[in-house]
Ligand binder design. Structure first.
Ligand code: CA
Length: 512
């Protein structure tokens, strides 16, 4: 009998600690900015992701999985520590992770696991708690990126998603088979600026449906109106991959007199090998030339940008899905699938044109949500979908629990084990707490805000240079267009949500 099964019978992690069966291996897969809407297991209308779907079909998919602070580095710190940003110290992308604090890899390492991370780290300080680390330098590049291999910089030739997958497979191949492993396999893709491998260039004839909120006017939501993350304002160089000669004020691109950071794009493009560039140009030059001949005007230009954005974003996702498939195949071929916990998640969700946006940060649904799928054949029945409100905060305690390691009381998340095993649970959280900080410095001009979400309602308070409350009824207004804060017919629920917010802030040791 497997160790976890024994634990469940004994109903005590301690009671089974003496069992000698090998604890499960852990393969934690995280992509960057991967919206649920770009995963077919989540009902995508945009792409098929058969390999990520395999994890869902053979395990459990969380339909209400959220982050506590929807931005890259802070989210990663929450995942590692099981603590909110105000306690782990990493509130926004400027902060440096304090690697001396407690993390789940450190605790696994202390319990006898061999631990490793390959791919994106993005926490500025060197990784701690890992026997081996091969991480991208900061954000990394899509083509021929620089990795930091246990402290030494090395530039690898190739496509970043494939390289990270190769490093993960090499690690598994070279590991010590006498001990369980915990491998964090973390992709850069599909982070901005969405540069696909040529094998995943999407046919320019394919047209993606415009989200119904694409032309949102942000009425009643001043923080939404004041952001700077509209697809309509995406850069023609870095985001759209046009070369300088393909655009400019003189081409009549909607009369938009805007600075376009062609230098950033020159760096991404310039680092390709001649062979890579030839494949790239064969696809993108005709796009640029067509644009130069007939640049779309204003509204049409925004929709043109949306289509180009979707093609490049989804092309970048396709490589992630392939990489996941290679890892799953490896586990099966080496008889590791049964006793390995496989997690697929992203550091947060992302806007794919909803509200006219890309990026994340807001507590609105598309960026508050993040995919979460877990497979562990030894203990999780296949094909489950769970509706409980779960958080990235829960990942550390969950992995420790599945590994049979005691969860430190300072962790604020909860183990998902009662939700993923056959053990019924009648008690779970009825609301989640969220807080975003990065303002006025940083990108995209999203005001700092905090809030609470229940299964039906969401209350948000925007601060910074404003003092605005928003309340949404997600049942009647799933797109969050109608702020009902202050309406008489919502006064009772509004009061209850404000009480809940206060209660959660007290419980989580945050102050408004
Ligand atoms: Ca991210």
């Amino acid at each position: 009998m497997h160790r976890l099964a024994l634990c469940l019978v004994a109903l005590s992690g301690l009671a089974c600690a003496a069992e000698t069966a090998q604890p499960p291996n852990i393969l934690f897969i995280m992509s960057d900015d991967h919206a649920e809407r770009a995963i077919s297991a989540y009902g995508s209308d945009l792409i098929e992701t058969p390999n990520i779907d395999r994890i869902a079909h053979e395990g459990i998919r969380f339909a209400n999985s959220f982050v506590t602070n929807s931005i890259c580095a802070p989210s990663r710190a929450v995942l590692l520590t099981g603590k909110y940003s105000h306690l782990n110290g990493l509130r926004d992308n400027r902060d440096i992770f304090d690697g001396s604090q407690m993390t789940f890899p450190k605790l696994l390492q202390a319990a006898g696991y061999q631990t490793a991370i390959v791919g994106k780290w993005h926490l500025k300080s060197d990784p701690t708690g890992f026997d081996e680390w091969k991480i991208l330098d900061d954000q990394g590049h899509y083509y021929n990126p620089v990795f930091i291999d246990n402290g030494t910089e090395v530039r690898l030739e190739g496509y970043v998603t494939d390289l990270i997958t190769n490093l993960a497979l090499e690690y598994l191949e070279d590991r010590d088979e006498s001990r369980p492993f915990a491998l964090l396999y973390q992709h850069k893709a599909p982070h901005r600026n969405w540069m696909p491998h040529p094998r995943h260039f999407v046919n320019e004839e394919r047209v993606y449906p415009l989200p119904e909120t694409f032309w949102d006017d942000y009425a009643g939501r001043p923080a939404a109106a004041g952001q700077d993350m509209r697809i309509a304002d995406m850069w023609l160089s870095l985001d759209m991959k046009l070369q300088k000669e393909h655009f400019g004020k003189e081409t009549g691109t909607g009369g938009k007199d805007t600075w376009d950071p062609t230098e950033g794009w020159a760096d991404d493009y310039g680092r390709m090998t001649a062979q890579q560039r030839a494949a790239w140009d064969a696809h993108y030059d005709p796009i640029g030339e067509a644009f130069r001949e007939m640049p779309p005007d204003s509204r049409a230009l925004a929709e043109w940008r949306y289509q180009r954005y979707m093609r490049d974003y989804l092309g970048s996702v396709a490589a992630v899905d392939e990489g996941v498939g290679r890892l799953l195949d490896y586990l099966e071929e080496h008889d590791l699938a049964e006793n390995t916990v496989v997690v697929y998640t992203s550091d947060q969700g992302f806007y794919l044109g909803e509200h006219g946006w890309y990026d994340k940060r807001f507590m609105y649904e598309e960026s508050l949500r993040t995919p979460l799928i877990i497979r562990y054949p030894a203990a999780i029945a296949p094909g489950q979908v769970n509706d409980n409100l779960v958080l990235n905060l829960d990942m550390s305690p969950t992995l420790l629990d599945l590994a049979g390691v005691e969860i430190p009381s300072e962790m604020q998340g909860r183990t998902l084990r009662p939700l993923i095993t056959a053990t019924p649970t009648s008690e779970w959280r009825d609301a989640i707490y969220y807080r975003y900080y990065e303002f006025p410095h940083g990108w995209h001009n999203v005001r700092p805000h905090y809030g609470v979400r229940t299964d039906r309602y969401k209350l948000i308070h925007f601060e910074g240079d404003m003092d605005v409350w928003e309340l949404f009824d997600l049942q009647s207004d799933p797109n969050e267009l109608n702020n009902v804060y202050g309406r008489d017919n919502y006064s009772v629920i509004q009061e209850a949500l404000r009480d809940k917010l206060t209660e959660l802030q007290r419980e989580l040791e945050d102050s408004p």
